[in-house]
Design a protein around this ligand. Structure first.
Ligand code: GAL
Length: 429
């Protein structure tokens, strides 16, 4: 309530929309202050591409990089800046966060720029939909990530003479032998969203795309409490035993290092991990393999990275934002950025140059669109609002860290959280 009031007050101060059609001029240069969470080595390198390309314009970039994969901490910082009346010029926002911020009237729409440049003609429809609120464009998308990827250390399998597993059951069966040979069967870091990433992939593999949508997008009570969901939680309990304990707050890129350093056999992680492999000089097909998460071949859990522009009054600020909007959607910028980031450019005319895992990602994306097996990531805010996303992530993470409740109890708690956001899950564990 207080937050609403503050925001309303703030709105009256900020209620000026970007003149999306502002033409380039010779007026003094402006600065954009950009808030984001790309702080791992490869994320920072990808961000540097955006900064370098923007530096070619007459504007200056000031960086606000907030540590924490998945952006949880960055969103907390963003909220406090907005509430104190000091929003950045631009912020990295995922999925439904765009609609949340736009519904508060705090964002500048970019309709003029989108329409004049006919951007929708190069964007896939699901990307265009993600960046809109009530028919207006608010998000500037830069890349499409796939959440359901596995990263394999081939040396672990060469050393042990084991075949690369093709299902969770296979991995569970060979885990003792991998362990005896000194390998972590399945590595991941300790942030809650990393554990929940496993959950969304298992929901997709156990239930298929329709079930995934019923449960995680529509929050259908029957699906959420179904025998399929109980099976998901049963499987998660087994999968949790493959991963090391005591990883509190370990970042995803440190977990990736365990594949690179030949300490772990398998990791489930979105394709930002690809950026990290490349950054470390790893050769795809030799030093590491990528394959869709078990049971999700040709299915695609998407996560679109976007930036939004906050409503600012000064002309020079709006000019600088306008320049940034253009730069982020520039074809060459998108090619260079996504090469480092591991994602697919949102501009399909910039996606022709992809190779290896990225090429496979694009092919699987296209196949999943045709087969209607493209689904939004819950952990990256594509499937549901933040008020539901966070309790769901935290619940799954607690369950995987210490599964004291039964799968039957777990489905009830998850469904209660998704159907009644005010209902905290913390007491149910
Ligand atoms: C995601 C974001 C990705 C990625 C990841 C880890 O939410 O969309 O671009 O970098 O977090 O920080």
């Amino acid at each position: 309530m207080i937050q609403r009031l503050l925001i309303t007050t703030l709105l009256t101060c900020l209620a000026t929309s970007v003149t999306a059609s502002a033409a380039p001029s010779n007026r003094p240069t402006g600065t954009v202050n950009v808030l984001h969470w790309w702080t791992s080595p490869s994320e920072a390198a990808a961000m540097d591409i955006l900064k370098d390309h923007y530096a070619k314009s007459r504007f200056t970039w000031t960086d606000q990089a907030i540590v924490g994969g998945g952006g949880g901490r960055a969103m907390t910082v963003l909220k406090s800046q907005v509430i104190s009346g000091n929003p950045p010029h631009a912020a990295q926002i995922s999925g439904q966060g765009i609609q949340d911020w736009a519904s508060l009237g705090l964002l500048a729409h970019i309709d003029g720029t989108v329409n004049r440049n006919q951007w929708t003609s190069v964007l896939p429809e699901f990307v265009s939909e993600t960046i809109q609120f009530q028919g207006r464009y608010y998000g500037v998308p830069v890349g499409i990530h796939r959440s359901n990827w596995l990263w394999i250390n081939p040396k672990a399998f060469e050393t042990t003479g084991l075949a690369i597993p093709s299902s969770w059951d296979d991995l569970i069966a060979i885990a003792p032998r991998l362990r005896r040979a000194g390998f972590i069967p399945l590595t991941h870091g300790g942030e809650a969203w990393q554990q929940a990433a496993i959950f969304e992939s298992v929901v997709l593999s156990e239930g298929g795309a329709d079930f995934y949508r019923q449960a995680l997008v529509d929050h259908d009570h029957k699906a959420l409490t179904s025998p399929t969901m109980i099976k998901v939680f049963r499987k998660l309990k087994q999968i949790a035993s493959l991963t090391p304990d005591n990883r509190t707050r370990m970042s995803w890129d440190r977990a990736t290092q365990e594949i690179i350093n030949n300490q772990a056999a398998v990791m489930l992680m979105g394709d930002w991990a690809l950026g990290e492999f490349k950054m470390n000089g790893q050769v795809e097909g030799e030093d590491f393999y990528c394959q869709p998460a078990f049971g999700t071949d040709k299915k695609f859990i998407y996560n679109i990275d976007s930036f939004v522009m906050f409503n600012l009054r000064r002309f020079r600020d709006r000019q600088a934002q306008h320049g940034l909007t253009h730069q982020l959607m520039d074809k060459e910028t998108q090619i260079a950025f996504n090469e480092k980031k591991g994602s697919i450019p949102v501009r399909m005319d910039a996606a022709e140059y992809l190779q290896g895992c990225q090429q496979q990602s694009l092919e699987d994306l296209q196949a999943s669109i045709k087969a209607n097996t493209l689904v939004p990531s819950i952990i990256h805010g594509m499937a549901t609002r933040e008020s539901l996303q966070i309790p769901a992530i935290n619940f799954v993470s607690s369950y995987m860290s210490d599964p004291v409740v039964t799968p039957e109890q777990a489905v009830k708690s998850l469904s209660a959280a998704l159907l009644s956001p005010s209902n905290s899950l913390s007491n149910s564990l």
